[in-house]
Design a protein around this ligand. Structure first.
Ligand code: GLC
Length: 734
């Protein structure tokens, strides 16, 4: 057998056996080269162009005439168009009315479900269950791929420590390690075992890079950090997504180190392509190339196109800059056609990988669309992950779980609401398909419930309070559903205040004054600062935006059909003045000491969050023994840590056992703790179990003074617990 063939077979085998970094398949190389050889420069530039249809707008501009752009070969990719009927029509134009009949990619923001809507990603991140998160992403991809789509602009993996930023709802919160695990799980779910199935899409990891750290939490604002900070805290989730096989990457609107990511060669070429070996294609965010003129790094749009393309940008989303100027740039020698050929090949390879040349209509099967969307199986999965995404923040005097037979007053602007439940970035979701909290409760209890809206989410009108207080007087327990509107988080939705909008806090506090047990159900897209409610309410559930099965999932937890397991993926501040607040902070030279004036603290507020990263209660209780750690120094288990966890309560429960480490002395300052692993264990009442972790040398490594990633010998603190504050500890010297 010829060596070349043998190598091909070995690469194919490895690609099949292990989900790994995307590699264009060698099988298609010849076809791609043959097609490229036939293409004119205009047709090549058409493949580098992505336009939205007028079906939906996710940015500031809309273009007319996209069908003519397809017909002329000026546009090779579309987004915001879906359903088998609409996609079939547009694909027909591409494969029947153009010279080379190159099929289109169809992209869409399938961020937390296509038609069956799952919890917003920040909500899902609260479940810490990678299998559930992968399944959720897989179902979303399966539904989208049944509706004509073959590309999603997900997962969004931007680490963020700032709840003022509206897009925290789309990500996995403040932690690098948890974010990296979730990024990989979502890519696996979206792309399936192998590209080309009709239950998988191209993933697009975004927004590269460090979009989640805008100054002042204001969307699109400057990002200003050292390369060490970037690499230590913000890059690992993008890299994890690439290692998991992500086929495409989307750059971010922000600048990094003074250069917009859209035109940042260091980010795109040096790190993403050369250091990480990314072989897919890079797409700009919506008119991100055009916006480099506003950034002030280029004098006009033509220069913006040249800066972006020469930095490694392959596809221009909605800016029509490549279409308008790239040919002239080639003529002027400012862009090389050889580089355009490389970009075109990356895109054609993925169209071949998807099987679009064999069957351009493979994602347009109306029967599959009908049977897949909102299926009972998908709804059941949505209900399961929704329950797992709920975080029990407070439960005084075992107010929860509620007992059937107790008279319930259901109050608040979100008690019967459906339209907000699907959250922002809700794909093709329809609020009418949602189960409201009221519907979930009434179905479970088999009776109607006295429900009083009392006020709007964001108004000053308290005229509905008397009716609410009246209903409360006649009830045994009060459930009050408050929060934000879905559009108060997401893109271009930063908030300078992160309290409950309107008069909702006043409503809750007046209900608390009745002396009846008050259960607060929060529905929101970001951590909120609610210190007064935290003090006065009897019980608090953080339910985020749970999507289609929200009402059923919340009811399951309220009545103990599901014992809550959620853990916070982001710290909840006591006040916005503490922001940015995060658990893996540095010690400083004067670490916080409440008894000493001269330490890092506020004179008017505590340093600690209201609820810390990793926090979440259960209807049972767990206790942790002291961990033991031994250096095994083997490849897979450099250090082995064991800890005994006991269920000390009266009912079975699942605990997320978290493991943190601290490098006590480094060549640069190190965080007081960093999450390095976690495991979920289900224990019966009275049951104890030894949980063992195998830490690798990488887990003890960091970007040292010389900026090289590696470990330094010394003493490390090993911490274990059910959140990032209540921890049992030991030390080990390595
Ligand atoms: C938006 C968002 C991005 C989204 C894209 C396409 O501006 O920043 O996350 O994928 O446009 O809708």
């Amino acid at each position: 057998m010829r060596t070349h063939t043998l190598i091909t077979l070995l690469i194919l085998l490895s690609q099949t056996l292990f989900a790994q970094k995307y590699q264009p398949s060698l099988q298609n190389e010849k076809k791609v080269n043959a097609l490229l050889a036939k293409m004119t420069l205009d047709e090549k530039i058409g493949q580098l162009t992505l336009y939205t249809t007028d079906w939906g707008s996710t940015g500031p501009t809309i273009r007319e005439g996209y069908k003519n752009d397809i017909r002329s070969g000026a546009c090779g990719n579309l987004f915001n168009s879906h359903t088998t009927e609409f996609v079939r029509e547009l694909q027909r134009v591409a494969v029947e009315e153009t010279r080379l009949k190159i099929p289109l990619l169809f992209g869409f923001d399938v961020i937390h479900g296509y038609k069956t809507i799952f919890p917003i990603p920040l909500g899902e991140a609260s479940c810490w269950d990678m299998n559930a998160i992968e399944l959720s992403a897989h179902i979303a991809a399966k539904e989208a791929a049944a509706a004509g789509l073959n590309w999603t602009f997900a997962p969004m993996v931007d680490v963020s420590r700032d709840p003022r930023w509206g897009r925290v709802m789309e990500g996995a919160g403040e932690d690098t390690y948890l974010g990296a695990q979730i990024a990989a799980a979502r890519v696996r779910g979206i792309q399936g075992k192998k590209l080309g199935g009709t239950d998988a899409l191209l993933a697009c990891v975004k927004h590269y890079a460090a979009y989640g750290a805008p100054v002042a939490g204001r969307d699109y604002n400057t990002v200003d950090m050292s390369e060490r900070f970037l690499r230590e805290y913000y890059m690992p989730p993008y890299q994890a997504a690439v290692e998991a096989g992500a086929a495409t990457v989307m750059t971010s609107f922000n600048d990094y180190d003074g250069v917009p990511a859209t035109g940042n060669k260091y980010l795109i070429d040096n790190i993403l392509r050369k250091e990480w070996g990314f072989k897919g294609f890079v797409v700009s965010d919506y008119t991100g190339i055009n916006e480099m003129v506003n950034h002030g790094v280029v004098k006009d749009e033509k220069e913006a196109g040249e800066l972006a393309f020469n930095a490694g940008m392959d596809m221009d989303m909605q800016g029509s800059i490549f279409q308008r100027f790239l040919k002239q740039s080639v003529k002027e020698g400012k862009v090389r056609e050889a580089d355009i050929n490389l970009a075109v090949k990356r895109i054609l390879h993925l169209k071949y990988d998807l099987g679009l040349f064999d069957d351009p209509y493979k994602f347009c099967n109306a029967e599959r669309e009908k049977s897949t969307l909102l299926s009972a199986e998908n709804r059941a999965a949505a209900r399961d992950i929704s329950r797992k995404s709920i975080v029990l923040l407070k439960n005084d005097n075992q107010t929860l779980p509620l007992q059937k037979g107790k008279k319930v007053a259901l109050i608040g602007p979100l008690a019967a609401n459906k339209s907000e439940l699907i959250g922002n970035w809700n794909g093709a979701g329809n609020a009418n398909d949602c189960v409201s909290l009221r519907e979930g409760l009434e179905k479970y209890l088999g009776t109607t419930i006295n429900t009083i809206e009392a006020c709007q989410v964001n108004s000053t009108d308290k005229s509905g309070f008397p009716a609410a207080l009246d209903a409360a007087k006649n009830a045994d327990v009060i459930i009050v559903a408050v929060g934000e509107t879905a559009m108060m988080s997401g893109e271009a939705a930063a908030r300078a205040e992160i309290t409950l909008p309107g008069v909702q806090e006043d409503l809750v506090l007046q209900l608390c004054q009745t002396g009846k047990p008050v259960v607060v159900v929060l529905m929101n897209g970001r951590p909120l600062a609610i210190p007064n409610i935290a003090e006065k309410a009897s019980a608090i559930l953080e339910t985020w935006w749970l999507g289609t099965e929200a009402g059923n999932a919340i009811t399951d937890v309220l009545y103990g059909e599901y014992n809550p397991t959620g853990k916070l993926p982001m710290s909840f501040p006591r006040t916005v003045g503490q922001v940015p607040i995060y658990y893996n902070h540095k010690s400083t030279g004067r670490p916080y000491d409440p008894n000493s004036k001269w330490t890092s603290k506020y004179i008017d507020q505590l340093n600690s969050p209201q609820w810390p990263f990793g926090f979440g209660l259960s209807y049972t209780t767990f206790e942790f023994g002291a961990p033991t750690a031994k250096a095994t120094l083997s490849k897979d288990a450099f250090v082995q840590v064991s800890v005994t966890v006991s269920n000390t309560g009266k009912r079975a429960g699942t605990e997320t056992v978290q493991l943190y480490i601290r490098d006590l002395v480094g060549s640069v300052t190190r965080p007081v703790k960093e999450l390095k692993s976690f495991q979920q264990v289900t224990l019966q009442p009275g049951e104890s179990r030894v949980v063992t972790f195998n830490l690798s040398k990488k887990d003890f490594s960091f970007y040292r003074k010389n900026m090289r990633f590696g470990m330094e010998s010394g003493t490390f603190e090993i911490m274990t617990g059910g959140d990032s504050e209540r921890l049992t500890r030991t030390t080990i010297t390595l």
